[in-house]
Ligand binder design. Structure first.
Ligand code: ADP
Length: 539
């Protein structure tokens, strides 16, 4: 017997319609390319998203067609999240920081019919244009007066599309399982692979993300996604903010500490989201300026491990809670969030802080497993580490166009490529990526633990532990360090500092000081490059 409840499909358009009707005047603030501040609201965004949908429809873009964006965090990009997916087309957010060949590859692979991009990214688009024959229209996110000149391409102004479309578009009723957006993983090995989200997965993920033990979002929040909207669905914020009526504060491409701080402060941001390197940069800037952010209550830190030093200074200096989360493009992205349970909340302060440095526990809707070396389930002792598997309603079941073949095991579990422990409180801790583990004499050293210990030295800005070839032990750790500006640090001083913090056999065999780290397009240290560089360091 079926229940007698109404059956409304979970559609992305229902989110922005809800926001327009119930939080219509709630602001969305953006820093534009020229540094100026632009203000709009959810009612206007919904109206313009409908016009965008109409513009797409009148140009023959149909359900399932892919529309790519190459864009920074601004209100126009948010409009695309709704105009494109709401119309039934698939929003393909492309990361402009990828290599040009990768951008061209994924646009071709996705068969994007339209490319919508920010004006300052025209040089990339012009370079790859000969490689992306699938793209029929090039639309610049500006009005006619802001249009850049292009000798090679016929460009159209986004604002002309919006102005030229009438207002009477109504959001179509779609299958909630229809594809809504597409993100490619950066593909550190092999070609990038596309993760294809559905309206349903996106909506239930956003419902979960906004819960108290997720981002704890409410209409009272002012939220700044410092993490790019093109990375893993903007960590759900373009969906979760309108869902609850939170103000959005979007930094555009002005990612320097001064510009970010100014927006965080003047717009009263209460919740901000970014990778650890962003937080390290902001905290250094604020300590140099003697500035604090009294409104900032919570910071979500994910993408790479939360360094204890960041957790501590956010709390001690700014009174803000660092919420540590783990996820990946394939998990929409939220897999676990490190908020306290009742049990953890009553632990002594130091133990509680250590617990909350872990990547956290699953929300309803996700299941995880840490497996042992025989493929069985590892004990929940917080010590045994093994491969991490995940499954749930917002976890990928495969890649776009079957790339990479079947990825799930017989019971539907997805292999994350991460190595983790889990403990009796239900908290998971990432100890490494499978390929970054340092295998010393058959035992595993967690590169993340070594890095975190090094990062707690007051003179260290960035640390990376990588394996180097060793004739006796196969691999031994080498620590690569970027010291804080103006600080002198020696190898001996650092090793002495690390000695009480880890098992003796985990201590790095060598320390290298560099002025900068090679970084990936998603703001992570490019360990593969460092490994290649220092592989023979100990030979
Ligand atoms: P990319 O590799 O392109 O950055 P993803 O965002 O999908 O794409 O990366 C997901 C990976 O990032 C995870 O598998 C994990 O290795 C790492 N990661 C994400 N969050 C954390 C975290 N809080 N701590 C440690 N590693 C993390």
């Amino acid at each position: 017997m079926h229940g007698l409840m109404q059956d409304h499909p979970l559609l992305i358009s229902t989110l922005i319609r809800h926001a327009a009707e119930n939080h219509g005047r709630r602001e969305v603030v953006s820093r534009l390319g020229d540094g100026s501040i632009h203000r709009t609201d959810y009612a206007t965004i919904e109206q313009r998203a409908r016009r965008l949908a109409r513009a797409l429809e009148s140009r023959g873009i149909r359900s399932g067609d892919r529309v790519a964006t190459l864009a920074w965090n601004t209100y126009r990009h948010v409009e695309c999240f709704y105009g494109v997916s709401g119309h039934g087309a698939v929003l393909h957010t492309v990361n402009p920081r990828l290599f040009h060949e990768q951008i061209a590859y994924i646009i071709r692979h996705a068969e994007d019919r339209v490319l919508v991009f920010d004006a300052d990214l025209l040089p990339i688009v012009e370079t790859i244009a000969p490689e992306i024959g699938c793209v029929e229209r090039f639309v610049v996110l500006c009005d006619r007066s802001g249009m850049p000149q292009s000798e090679r391409l016929k460009l159209e102004a986004y604002e002309d599309w919006i102005d030229g479309a009438d207002d009477d578009y109504t959001w179509p009723n779609l299958d909630e399982r229809a594809a809504s957006s597409l993100c490619y993983t950066s593909g550190t090995t092999g070609n990038p692979k596309g993760v294809l989200y559905s309206h349903r997965s996106t909506l239930i993920h956003a419902l979960s993300a906004s819960q108290a033990d997720g981002f704890s979002l409410s209409g009272l929040d002012a939220v700044m996604p410092i993490a790019p909207l093109f990375h893993a669905n903007g960590w759900s914020l373009p969906y979760a903010c309108p869902m609850v009526g939170a103000k959005m504060v979007l930094p555009g491409h002005h990612m320097d500490a001064g510009s970010l701080f100014e927006l965080l402060s003047t717009e009263g941001v209460s919740f901000a989201v970014g990778v650890p390197t962003i937080w390290t940069m902001l905290l250094t800037y604020m300590s140099e300026q003697g500035a604090t952010l009294p409104n900032l209550g919570r910071c979500l830190v994910a993408g790479t491990a939360l360094p204890p030093a960041v957790q501590k200074s956010l709390k001690d200096v700014h009174g803000a809670i660092a919420i540590h989360a783990w996820g990946m493009t394939e998990t929409s992205p939220i897999g676990t969030v490190g908020t306290p349970t009742a049990e953890v909340d009553t632990l002594p302060e130091v133990e509680r802080a250590v617990q909350l440095l872990k990547q956290g526990r699953v929300p309803y809707g996700v299941e995880i497993q840490v497996r042992d070396s025989q493929g069985g389930i590892a004990p929940r002792d917080g010590e045994t580490f093994g491969p991490l598997w995940v499954r749930g309603s917002w976890v990928a079941s495969g890649y776009f166009k079957g790339e990479g073949g079947a990825v799930l095991d017989a019971d539907g579990w997805f292999p994350t490529g991460d190595v983790a422990t889990w403990d009796r409180y239900g908290y998971m801790k990432i100890t490494d990526r499978t390929k970054d583990v340092i295998k010393s004499g058959g035992e595993w050293i967690s590169s993340i633990d070594v890095e975190n210990a090094a990062m707690s030295h007051p003179k260290v800005a960035l640390a990376a532990a990588v394996s180097a070839f060793h004739p006796k032990w196969d691999e031994r750790p080498v620590l690569v360090i970027v010291p804080k500006a103006g600080q002198q640090l020696t190898r001996e001083e650092l090793l002495e500092f690390l000695t009480p913090l880890m098992a003796k056999w985990w201590l790095p065999d060598d320390v290298v000081f560099v002025s900068e780290m090679p970084m990936t397009a998603t703001g992570k240290i490019l360990k593969a490059k460092l490994r290649e560089q220092y592989w023979h360091r100990l030979a």
